[in-house]
Design a protein around this ligand. Sequence first.
Ligand code: NDP
Length: 454
Amino acid sequence: MALQTHAEEDRMVNQFMERLQGKYPHQKEFLQAVHEVARYVLPYEMFVPEYRDGQVLWRLTEPDRAIMFRVVWYDDKGQVQVNRGFRVQWTNALGPYKGGLRFHPSVNVGIIKFLAFEQTFKNSLTGLPLGAAKGGSDFNPQGRSEDEIRRFCQAFMLELHKHIGEGFDVPAGDIGVGSREIGFMYGTLVKLRGYEPGAFTGKTLELGGSHLRPEATGYGLIYFAQEMLRHNLNEDLSGKTALISGSGNVAQFAAEKLIELGVKVLTLSDSTGFVHIPDGLTMEQLEFVKKLKMRRGASLREFAEKFRLTFYEGKKPWSVPADLAFPCATQNEITEDDAKELVKNGCRLVAEGANMPSTPGAISIFLSNNVLFGPGKAANAGGVAVSGLEMAQNAQRMQWSREEVDRKLQEIMKNIHAQAVQFGEEKNSVNYIKGANIAGYDRVARALVNLGVI
Ligand code: NDP
């Protein structure tokens, strides 16, 4: 429906971005995330009078509220430590605020805003009643003892508990926050307020968690990639080679599903470098990595040494030739140069396990070279989808079987793929980034319009 010229569209998007940049000049990840959405959604919004007149996308560039707080705790030496805590509640138009907590030294308000904004479209794509939020702290868990992590989580919750709750705002994990940290935070909430399993997702099974929640983002990513390959190339994953970055929650379970489906996983990485596994990662090796990474701060170098593999200190895996690439570590980890290297080496599909791991330059390279590109807000939505299923189970005081959750997860990922195709189909290809952005926007925009101007 391109009734406008590209030049007119570009002008409109640039004006929109200049206005936002004027307000938040230093929040570069947030501006990047909004720009990626605006370039596809604004031209679409122009043709829907209720959306255009209601300035829906502009409204969506502000959160409902952003909460910032001080977290004070004692380290093992008895010294007082001070961190910053955040919870940004973006919109509850579709359901309770929902999104993970990130503990990483790079966390600041701009990072949390980019993540919460992305979450809005992702949660909408799942088709579940989920609003959007994100939070976290600049606390660095690396090298911290379990006691320190527990004390930090308890101190963090002393403030956060005032802002969350079942049916209102339901956090989960993200970088630096797994089921152990969620246990500590949920434990504090239970102590302060009593039993309320619906206030957190990503809990262990004993605390009312869902089967398959730890696996959900990684498995969902591979289900999504499978759909992309089938739809566009009529091919399956089996027999292909893949690069994975990261070695945390998302990377581990993406690797597990790939191995199960007959794909050779050639790399894993972490903040210290990457390891090359020329014969393909085995399940035994993966189990070693899972145990290793339970120790926050442990380097993959230990894994490389144990299995006599080459470890590339301080490097990323994108120069290794492979059919498929799954960035599962962090934002902006694939630059334009990395993308050129991937294309040169014959990579045909990139699906994002992490949030915004590809820079805008990298995305342009993928799109102009016909690399199938699955953006994070669609490809990694499996995690929040199973969080939505965990909320449904908690509300019913039920726990579904692993098979049942897996079946539902596969259905949801297929449905997200179908929506991205519906809105992203172009002449000879599917532009998944356009499709995911418009489809995610459309559902939340309809809800906002129905709620009136609030
Ligand atoms: P984890 O903390 O479990 O793992 C993160 C991995 O990324 C680790 O291997 C870590 O290395 C590596 N990493 C982190 N920062 C950097 C960096 N600056 N440079 C290089 N490597 C880095 O997090 P998750 O697996 O949960 O999250 C990974 C990504 O997936 C994030 O973008 C997150 O937002 C996204 N995501 C997660 C979901 C979930 O359900 N967990 C859902 C949807 C998206 P090291 O071990 O050295 O710290």
